[in-house]
Design a protein around this ligand. Sequence first.
Ligand code: PGA
Length: 237
Amino acid sequence: MKVIKCKDYYNVSRQAANIISAQIIMKPNAVLGLATGSTPVGTYDQLVRWYDKGDLDFSEVTTVNLDEYRGLSGTHEQSYRYFMNKHLFDRVNVRKDHTFVPDGLGEPKAACAEYDRLIERLGGIDLQLLGIGNNGHIGFNEPDTAFETMVHIVDLKQSTVEANARFFRSIDEVPTQAITMGLKSIMQAKKILLVAAGKKKMDILQKSLYGPVTPDVPASILQLHPDLTVIYTESEE
Ligand code: PGA
């Protein structure tokens, strides 16, 4: 595991974008596993800046996102498809038909099986970007998720529903289920890049990286990944 401590969020974003750029330059048709949440936004902004300068080309890149709410279509402003279009896909030259987000509206079993098959068909994920939740979740894999899970449907913990409520008009509108890559799907990525920022993430980051490997802390499984890079800052700026 490689751990990079940065002085602020801007530098976390730059370092993370650097690793993603290197992946694209080394392998122009790379399969990138992408994440939503507030932490990766700066990474996407940096990638867009380098794209605008002409230093990056996404024309052969394929992306697969970790998760999506159940019940939201891709045009809903709180869907993860919408988030990805807004923060990255609409701003670079990735082919839209090479960007994949789990289907939040499909029949659950079929949607999960299809996403597993898609990742396999793409030859696996070259580089998976991850944020980490306050409870140690990665994707929507909440505490007590079995380590061997592939793509599956989850009931969101009340704490996660509450954390997401700020993005909806009322808590009643917050989806209570999601479709997510499982911990095994994530662990099968060839490389993993975890980004975390702010004091409130430091405790869970410490537990995840140096505590016992336990389903109580889903991100702790990452300790067993052979190519994990963690980029973090304690700074709130
Ligand atoms: P955040 O979310 O980046 O918005 O803190 C991370 C996560 O919950 O996975």
